[in-house]
Design a protein around this ligand. Structure first.
Ligand code: FES
Ligand code: FES
Length: 928
């Protein structure tokens, strides 16, 4: 590492324009992006940057009233123009207040990163047309991507902008079950939410990573000191030699294998080998191709087959056959079960890498404060980040403070470290704040993906339609490093049966290393891939048995007391049958409608209907999984909820508060949220695996209950007494007796609270034995989706007409937020089924990597089933992962229903469907 002198920023041209009604004059290079000028020079960070390429629409502003992507506008182009950003909407547009309320009432903002762009586009429309049609709204927001909501609630919010605002706050003790507006929503609709890139300290240094351009390469550096000396404003180059602790991290400590900087050999395209740190203007204009590194490209292993080949070189020396880990669940005698089956179906399926495509690229900064390193960044797992950063820097975890920002979409990938080790190391070494914001390409090439899978199944049933045996094998391409590969390999064998009873079962999985980007957590941890195979083969089995496909599933659905494939008897709360039964009338009606359409069709379009079921264990698989909640009563009568479950848009800030409020018997308005910060909030674990409503919600329920008991004890009142919270005092009504407790008279504890209670909940699970038998999860969520689609047999295109989604959520703590998860999950499932495939080295942007737009999304009807879990808070179960799992197989089953062709490789793109249709017409074996 070497240091250099600083450089002065180059002066630009003076450009004058109006922003939000005020005249401004900025000195900037004429070609500088307007989005950068707004954010970096004028502090208007409500304008978001998701791609810098005109693909995402997050940067939409109004220029002379017209919505425009500000990342595509050179600042010189707005000379003399009137620019409006989200911050200026309240003053400019009278409709804005209504629009904000409508977004909040309809749950149209989840993570909120797309919300400013949506609001700008909607405002431009509403200023022209206050009563737009659905089509007009969809046209207006067609250029703004949202990865969370599935768009429908946004469309509804815009159409209903002038609807009566009847949102009211629930009374004390009645928050659970209400459509409470998200408690953290106001900042999202005002554009004032702070995401990773939004609070970089002035003068912070900037860090850029040097990344390997090959799938596999050896490398050596040239004269790094000379490089630093030659570049004004560059302060340092960091490499593996600069890591004071372990140059190794990973989300599962036992499998940790990823270096901060590769040493001598890079194992995937996009792996960081060095970091350049310096003044922002110097780094932004630096030609990184001049960095002194020599690459020696090596033969990469890119496929599972090549990785498993007998003579394949090992990607990690300690991992034989390039197998990271195996998973196994065996019950009964599968070979006997298959031989005793009356019908056996066998098939193979293949899935692709899927990119998370959250709209917020990874961003944040670090600063050294004495002997502590503080990192403010977007993350789903602050305490895990803390542990890994401590290890990398060689310091105690207590010397690391993680301050999570709002997360502009995560879906699993932001469980892994991204910018954190780089900025932490640089700030630790240089003693100055250091920031890093991934470009879209950098985000795509270097962060974890959904695992591609090769899946083979044999499934047998008896003549009466009962599932009898399943033999399942799956290999997952886990890429160069472990990330969440072990979790996927462990979770899938437990789930591969689906929510059905099968007496003879064998599921074997392997996570296999290749020289590709690491695959990790993505909404479902391998279960969506597996469901694609399992639910399609069940359709084929039902067809072979001559049974209705839905009735086949109902016949085989798990019940409260049937053992699962791990031998677990769930006892109560198994709601899968109820989900399927809720779909029955819709299924019949949709099938009739599709048959009528097809009977009358003269053109190339055919309709089909598909159904698929799912189950998903909430929380870690047979591993400890605790959350700790702290709730404190303040002297002024307000209640502090230390809520460390990072809300990545799914709504945990709101749902956990609803649960705690009702356990305590206090009104929601009394609560002050203290959100995740490892210095002030206990560990609520990571936001993943649909665990926050269940695990953190349960801890919140326990803490609220304990605080209630403590309050009642102050007055020696009975447990049924009613507490009224007032400013500085509590009134306790215990039958006829009224107690007043003056809170300001009471001593405060170390937290500054009159009373504090902290509770920890760890779901009861047990380790699985060598055959995968045991209790992997304390509870499961269940669901089933119905997809109605059209296939254009000339073009191979698929249009999804409607999704109907029935989910057993145990107790719907907040129906609006649950619907939001379902609709967003359905959108991601639709993308996985029809369009999303990441090919490393190709399409590393949001132009070539397609995700559903508003025009792709059909209406989604949610049916919430409440089959209470005996252990969940108020009976609640998780919904985040559950929502995505059944959509893709339901769509693929619908395609088969429409055209009689089974698509075995997703995504089912038009070229694959068309090729399959042509092959079928020509009597050829299907290549799909
Ligand atoms: S940042 Fe401008 S369109 Fe994505
Ligand atoms: S709410 Fe739209 S991207 Fe998250």
């Amino acid at each position: 590492m070497a240091t250099s002198i600083s450089a002065k920023p180059q002066l630009g041209t003076s450009i004058s324009f109006s922003v939000n009604g005020k005249s401004v004059s900025v000195s900037a290079a004429p070609a500088e992006r307007l989005s950068r000028v707004l954010r970096d020079r004028l502090g208007l960070t409500g304008t978001k940057v998701g791609c810098d390429a005109g693909d995402c629409g997050a940067c939409t502003v109004l220029i002379d009233g017209e919505p425009v992507c500000s990342c595509l506008v050179a600042v010189a182009q707005v000379e003399g123009c009137e620019v409006t950003t989200v911050e200026g909407l309240p003053a400019r547009a009278p409709v804005h207040d209504r629009l904000q309320k409508s977004f909040l009432n309809h749950g149209a903002a989840q993570c909120g990163i797309c919300t400013p762009g949506m609001l700008m586009s909607a405002t431009a429309l509403l200023e022209r047309n206050r009563t737009p049609t659905e089509t007009e709204v969809m046209d207006a927001i067609g250029g703004v991507l949202c990865r969370c909501t599935g768009y429908r609630k946004i469309v509804t919010a815009i159409i209903n902008v002038d609807a009566k605002d009847d949102a009211s706050s629930p009374s004390a003790g009645n928050a659970v079950g209400t459509r409470l507006i998200r408690l953290d929503g106001k900042n999202k609709v005002a554009g004032t939410e702070i995401f990773g890139a939004d609070e970089i300290p002035a003068g912070a240094l900037l860090l850029r990573a040097v990344r390997c351009p090959y799938h596999h390469a050896r490398f050596r550096f040239g004269d790094l000191d000379q490089f630093v000396a030659d570049h004004l404003g560059v302060y340092a180059v960091l490499t593996a030699n600069d890591v004071p602790g372990e140059n190794c991290y990973g989300v599962i400590p036992k499998f940790a294998d990823q270096p901060v900087f590769a040493e001598n050999e890079a194992r995937f395209r996009g792996e960081a080998v060095a970091a350049i740190v310096g003044e922002a203007h110097a780094l932004e204009t630096l030609d990184i191709s001049s960095f002194p590194v020599t690459w020696e490209e090596m033969l990469p292993i890119t496929s599972i087959e090549d990785a498993l080949a007998p003579r394949a070189p090992r990607i990690h020396k300690s991992r034989e056959q390039n197998i990271l880990v195996r998973g196994r669940v065996v019950r009964g005698d599968v070979e006997k079960g298959l031989s005793h089956s009356d019908v056996v179906v066998e098939d193979t399926y293949e899935t692709s890498f899927v990119e998370h495509a959250y709209i917020e690229p990874e961003a944040g900064f670090a600063r050294r404060v004495g002997d502590t390193i503080e990192i403010q960044a977007c993350t789903q797992s602050p305490y895990m980040d803390r542990a890994d950063i401590a290890k990398i820097l060689g310091i105690a975890p207590e010397s690391v403070r993680i301050i999570p920002t709002a997360v502009g979409g995560g879906f699993g990938s932001k469980l892994d470290l991204s910018i954190q080790p780089f900025v932490a190391l640089a700030a630790w070494k240089l003693g100055k704040p250091v920031s890093m914001c991934y470009s879209r390409a950098e985000s795509i090439i270097s962060t974890a993906k959904r695992h591609p899978a090769h899946i083979h199944l044999r499934v047998g049933a008896t003549r009466d339609g009962k599932l009898h045996a399943m033999d399942f094998t799956a290999d997952f391409n886990t890429g160069a490093y472990s990330s969440w590969g072990p979790t996927v390999a462990a979770r899938v064998p437990v789930h591969a049966s689906g929510p059905y009873s099968i007496p003879h079962y064998r599921a074997l999985t392997r996570a296999v290393h290749t020289h590709l980007v690491p695959a990790g957590a993505f909404r479902g941890f391998g279960v969506p891939q597996m469901a694609l195979a399992q639910e399609q083969i069940y359709d084929d089995l039902a067809d072979r048995l001559g049974m209705d496909r839905l009735e086949f599933r109902i016949l085989n659905a798990l019940d409260d007391n049937t053992p699962t494939v791990t031998g677990q008897v769930l006892g109560q709360g198994v709601g899968i049958r109820a989900c399927f039964e809720a779909l029955r009338p819709k299924w019949k009606a949709a099938r009739t409608k599709a048959a009528e359409f097809n009977a009358e069709a003269t053109g190339p379009v055919r309709r089909g209907v598909g159904v698929a079921g799912m189950w998903y264990g909430c929380g870690n698989t047979s591993l400890p999984n605790p959350s700790t909640m702290r709730v404190g009563l303040k002297p002024d009568g307000r209640i502090a909820l230390h809520q460390g479950a990072v809300d990545i848009g799914q709504g945990s800030n709101t749902i956990v508060t609803q649960i705690c409020a009702d356990a305590l018997g206090a009104p929601i308005e009394r609560f002050d949220l203290v959100s995740g910060d490892t210095a002030i909030t206990p560990d609520c674990g990571k936001t993943s695996a649909s665990r926050q409503t269940f695990v953190t919600g349960k801890a919140a329920h326990m803490a609220g209950t304990e605080l209630r008991k403590a309050i009642l004890a102050l007055a020696a009142a009975c447990t049924c007494a009613k507490i009224t919270f007032d400013d500085g005092q509590l009134m306790i009504a215990d039958g006829e007796i009224q107690h007043a407790i003056h809170l300001r008279d009471l001593p405060v504890d170390n937290f500054g609270y009159v009373l504090t209670r902290e509770s920890t909940f760890d779901p009861p699970t047990s380790p699985l034995d060598e055959n995968g038998q045991g209790v992997p999860y304390a509870l499961f969520g269940f669901g089933a989706h119905l997809a109605e689609i059209e296939v254009d047999t000339d073009l191979g295109t698929v249009r999804v007409l409607k999704i109907t989604a029935a989910h057993d959520v145990g107790r719907a703590i907040n129906p609006t937020l649950i619907e939001g998860q379902i609709e967003g999950g359905a959108a991601q499932g639709l993308g996985m089924a029809l369009m999303e495939e990441f090919i490393p080295g190709k399409g590393e942007n949001l132009h070539d990597y397609l995700i559903p737009t508003v025009g792709d999304m059909p209406p989604v009807e949610s049916i919430l089933i409440e089959y209470p879990s005996p252990i969940g808070p108020f009976g609640a179960k998780g919904i985040g992962e559950q929502a995505v799992i059944p959509t893709a197989p339901a769509i693929l089953n619908a395609i088969h229903d429409a055209i009689g062709i089974r698509i075995r490789r997703v995504p089912a793109t038009p070229d694959r469907i068309r090729a399959a249709i042509l092959a079928k017409r020509n009597g050829e074996p299907l290549a799909s």
